[in-house]
Design a protein around this ligand. Structure first.
Ligand SMILES: [Zn+2]
Length: 287
């Protein structure tokens, strides 16, 4: 198992995040959950990387069991999002995001005319806000009419596409096979990717795979050096601390209205040895 090692400035952000939720006047969600799990709130603080491992995991049931208004740590203008979990016994629940925290996400790359093609409208809207906040004007592709999406992509000469595996064969492959889009920057979003179907190199554009969940936002990105070798290996992104403990455990360092600290996902991973020159030390693959 990889030892959790968090370096500055992530460690400073983590210290602030934990301190803020433990002393918040707005919500008691994490404080009461930690108390129930035997954490001594009055004396707890993060001094080094390993301290976070003494905090219990939260799961999607912990979030769905508590109404949104009791989980909110920040007030003001926000964007509400419904999270549906792919489990029969799990109720959907709401989270909230602010434009300033969406802006910090790792959803796309700087470009002139991006297109977003995602099945879930809440997700497509949130990703468009990321582009707006970063001064780019996005097009939202119509997932139920790919002919129209393709027409718009050509008419407005898109230079980036943000999509998901559902549209791989019936849209993404068709688009990048067109010589007019040989320069396309492709970002594939999702909570799982089939490593047999990955693109190694596009013609002259770039490709990256970003792991995300509706309730957390993005947290990991494919290693570009591994991708060139045909391997799908991930690093945590600059906004996240990840632990590969069979399931992937996510802590988001962006202070969201509904913060995410040690969230246990249903994404199964295994740590892999680092064989690249990327800054991030943590490497894992999906299983
Ligand atoms: Zn790397």
């Amino acid at each position: 198992m990889q030892k959790l090692s968090v370096i500055h400035p992530k460690l400073d952000k983590l210290k602030n995040l934990v301190k803020n939720v433990l002393t918040s006047d707005d919500s008691d969600f994490y404080r009461s959950f930690y108390k129930e799990n035997g954490i001594k709130i009055e004396t707890f603080g993060i001094d080094n990387s390993e301290d976070i491992e003494t905090l219990p995991f939260i799961s999607s049931s912990n979030l769905s069991d508590v109404p949104l208004k009791k989980r909110i740590y920040k007030y003001g203008y926000k964007f509400g999002k419904l999270c549906k979990i792919n489990s029969e016994n799990q109720k959907p629940y709401l989270i909230e995001r602010k434009l300033c925290d969406i802006k910090q996400e790792n959803y796309g790359k700087i470009c002139k005319r991006p297109q977003i093609l995602l099945r879930n409208n809440h997700e497509a809207l949130e990703k468009s806000l990321w582009f707006y906040e970063n001064d780019m004007l996005p097009l939202i592709g119509e997932p139920n009419n790919l002919q129209v999406a393709l027409y718009c992509a050509k008419k407005y000469n898109i230079d980036a596409l943000l999509s998901e595996e559902e549209f791989l064969d019936n849209y993404v492959k068709l688009l990048i096979a067109d010589p007019g889009f040989s320069h396309l920057n492709l970002t594939m979003l999702g909570d799982f990717f089939d490593s047999k179907k990955i693109f190694k190199n596009l013609m002259s554009g770039s490709v990256r795979y970003v792991l995300e969940l509706p309730e957390t936002g993005a947290f990991a990105e494919s290693c570009p050096e591994a991708l060139k070798r045909g391997e799908l290996i991930f690093h945590s992104d600059k906004n996240s601390i990840l632990e590969a403990k069979g399931r992937l455990i996510v802590t988001k360092l962006i202070e969201m209205p509904t913060p995410i600290i040690r969230y246990q996902t249903d994404i199964f991973v295994e740590p892999v040895e680092k064989r690249c020159s990327c800054e991030e030390e943590m490497c894992f693959s999906l299983i």
